[in-house]
Design a protein around this ligand. Structure first.
Ligand code: HEM
Length: 252
C-alpha cells in the first residue's frame, strides 16, 4: 500500500522526528552536565556521586529510549513489521536495564546515607511508573513478540498497549519533573529564587523534557503518520469483527 505521509508533509514528519531527537539528546546531555559539573560527577560507592547516576539513567532510559522505542513504529512504518517489533522490544529492554541501574543507584545511596525510602510523591510516582513499565514490557513480549494469546485477545489488547505506552511516557516525564524540582529544593534552596545557574539549567532540562513529550504525543497520535495496515493486523481486526458482530470475514 502507498504511504500517505510523504505526499502530505513527509518533510514535516522528518523535521519533527529530527527535532524530537535533538530535544531528547540535549536533555540527556544537560542531565549529564548538571550531575557531572554541578553535583560532582559519578561513582558507584554509595556516595552522592552514585545518586547522580539516578537522574542520568532515568532520563536516558525511561524518557529518551522509551520515547524512541515508541517512535520506531512511525519512523520505520514501511519496513517489515517483525523487524520493527524486534527493534521496539530491544530498545525497551535497553531502557528497562538502564532504568533499573538508575533505581538501584538511588536505593543504594539512600541505604548508605540512612535516608528513608519511598516517602516522597516523586518516589511514589516513580515506583508506579517502573512497575507499570515492567508489566507493559512483559505483556508486550507475551502478546506480540512471542504471541501466546489468541488472535481475539491480541486484537483486544493492542489499543490498550498503545494507550499504556503513551501514558507511561507521560508518567516518566511527570515523575522526572517532580524529581528535578525536589533535587533543586534539596540542593540549592537558598539561591534557587535568585536564578542560580544550576537552577536555570535544571529548569531548562524540565522544559525540554516537556517539549520532547509533546512532540512524541503529536507524532504518535497523528493519523497520517501511522503505519499502513499490515496483513497480520487486518486479519486480526477482521477476526475481531467477525467475533463481535457475527458477520462473515468477507462482509464489509
Ligand atoms: C522516570 C524517571 C524517574 C523515576 C521512575 C524515578 C524514581 C525514583 C524512586 C523510585 C525513588 C525512591 C528511591 C528511594 O526511596 O530509595 C527516587 C528518588 C529520587 N529521585 Fe528519582 N526517578 C526519576 C527521575 C528523577 C530525576 C530526573 C531526578 C532529578 C534529579 C530525580 C531525583 C530524585 C531524588 C532527589 C530522589 C531522592 C528523594 C526521594 O526519594 O524522593 N529522579 N526516584
Amino acid at each position: 500500500m502507498e504511504d500517505p505521509a510523504p505526499r502530505h508533509g513527509g518533510s514535516v514528519f522528518a523535521g519533527l522526528v529530527g527535532a524530537s531527537q535533538v530535544l531528547g539528546l540535549v536533555s540527556v546531555v544537560l542531565t549529564g552536565v548538571w550531575m557531572g559539573h554541578f553535583r560532582g560527577g559519578f561513582a558507584w560507592d554509595g556516595s552522592a556521586q552514585e545518586f547522580n547516576l539516578h537522574p542520568l539513567c532515568m532520563v536516558l532510559g525511561l524518557v529518551f529510549l522509551q520515547g524512541d522505542a515508541i517512535l520506531v513504529y512511525r519512523v520505520f512504518r514501511n519496513e517489515a513489521r517483525k523487524s520493527v517489533k524486534l527493534l521496539h522490544g530491544t530498545i525497551h529492554l535497553l531502557a528497562l536495564i538502564i532504568s533499573i541501574v538508575g533505581i538501584v543507584a538511588v536505593f543504594d545511596f539512600h541505604r548508605k546515607a540512612q535516608i528513608p525510602d519511598v516517602y516522597s510523591l516523586h518516589s511514589w510516582c516513580g515506583i508506579a511508573t517502573l512497575v507499570l513499565f515492567c508489566l507493559q514490557w512483559v505483556m508486550g513480549l507475551l502478546f506480540f513478540l512471542f504471541p501466546v494469546a489468541s488472535a481475539w485477545l491480541r486484537a483486544t489488547y493492542l489499543p490498550v498497549h498503545v494507550f499504556c505506552g503513551l501514558m507511561l511516557l507521560v508518567m516518566a516525564i511527570g515523575t522526572s519533573l517532580l524529581g528535578i524540582t525536589e533535587n533543586l529544593l534539596f540542593r540549592i534552596m537558598p539561591t534557587y529564587s535568585q536564578f542560580a545557574p544550576e537552577g536555570v539549567l535544571a529548569n531548562t532540562l524540565g522544559i525540554l523534557l516537556v517539549l520532547f513529550g509533546v512532540l512524541l504525543c503529536h507524532l504518535i497520535t497523528r493519523e497520517e503518520y501511522r503505519s499502513p495496515p499490515n496483513p497480520e493486523e487486518e486479519s486480526l481486526s477482521v477476526h475481531f469483527k467477525t467475533l463481535t458482530e457475527g458477520g462473515s470475514p468477507a462482509s464489509p
